[in-house]
Design a protein around this ligand. Structure first.
Ligand code: GUN
Length: 296
């Protein structure tokens, strides 16, 4: 058996189209252009790439995009001052502070300074609480992208066994809450789970969000299961040769061993091209949702 490959790029393109339509409606009916502000502190190369992509796609969706790039030494007081001014800015409907922040900054304090109505990451404690109690919340983008793909694939998820491997605040925990909201039977597994292989084998829906390259092999996957691989790991790829400076070329892999898992699963997201493209599309969708709640 060979799994259906879930095309995240195509899902994301469809969602971006829908966002574009909603942006036009807000402009035409209310004279409002949804605006997203992204704040980056420091020069982490991966974060710089993410922030650039977010800005580019925000503009392509017809929205207003603002980037604030701050020095790594920025003080907490200065960062909180910027967040206050963005909270008060009527042209800004969504605020995202790129994580991780440099070590001297308290991420919880910074995230909780964002107006929850503009918290398009869904990381503010109010949104976490709303999601955890099944109320209308701003939902973190990566889990939201996963649940949209799962709903499209299966329709009704109720009664399915879902195993989420990873307990992060950004993916694992909100993903589990969303699956619970879909009436799945949900297990959160992690590095201390006693028999991780056996736990994974129970899953009709297996979500891998641990950040460890190719950790989950095919024989941990139940035949016919749907596998959602959230991992994006860069590993050395000696088979691709060397760069000009003599360093090894690299390639991206997920948390799941795609070759063996795709021989067993019913459907699987590839890396790259699976969950990744949905994350930014959901950020745009959350920004439009925030603008609609204020204006439309
Ligand atoms: N760093 C890695 N993923 C994310 C995310 O989804 N949002 C923010 N703000 N920072 C991140």
């Amino acid at each position: 058996m060979s799994a259906r490959i879930i095309d995240g790029k195509s899902f994301a393109a469809t969602l971006r189209d829908r966002v574009g339509t909603e942006v036009s409606r807000l402009k035409d009916s209310y004279g409002v252009t949804p605006g997203l502000a992204v704040v980056l502190v420091g020069e982490d190369p991966a974060s710089q790439v993410y922030v650039r992509n977010k800005g580019k796609q925000t503009l392509e969706a017809g929205m207003h995009s603002v980037e604030h790039r701050l020095a790594a030494e920025t003080t907490e007081a200065d960062l909180l001052g910027l967040i206050d001014s963005l909270n008060a800015d009527p042209a800004i409907h969504g605020i995202l502070v790129q994580l991780p922040l440099p070590g001297h900054l308290n991420s919880d304090l910074v995230i909780n300074a964002i107006d929850p109505a503009k918290d398009v990451d869904g990381f503010h404690i109010s949104n976490v609480g709303l999601l955890g109690t099944g109320q209308k919340a701003m939902v973190p983008c990566t889990p939201l992208g996963c649940i949209l793909m799962l709903r499209d694939l299966h329709g009704d998820l109720s009664g399915m066994e879902a195993v989420v491997v990873g307990r992060s605040n950004i993916v694992g925990k909100p993903m589990a809450n969303l699956l619970l909201g879909e009436s799945c039977t949900v297990t959160i597994a992690h590095s201390r789970t006693r028999d991780l292989a056996e736990t994974c084998r129970r899953a009709d829906i297996l979500v891998a969000a641990v950040g460890r390259p190719e950790m989950i092999p095919g024989d941990w996957v139940k035949p016919g299961a749907t596998v959602i691989d959230v991992g994006i790991n860069r590993i050395a790829a000696p088979e691709k040769g060397q760069n000009d400076d003599g360093s090894a070329k690299t390639r991206l892999v997920g948390d799941v061993d795609f070759a063996s898992a795709s021989a067993v699963a019913g459907a699987i997201t590839p890396v790259p091209g699976g969950v990744g493209p949905m994350t930014i599309a959901c950020l745009l969708a959350n920004t439009v949702t925030a603008a609609c709640r204020i204006h439309g």
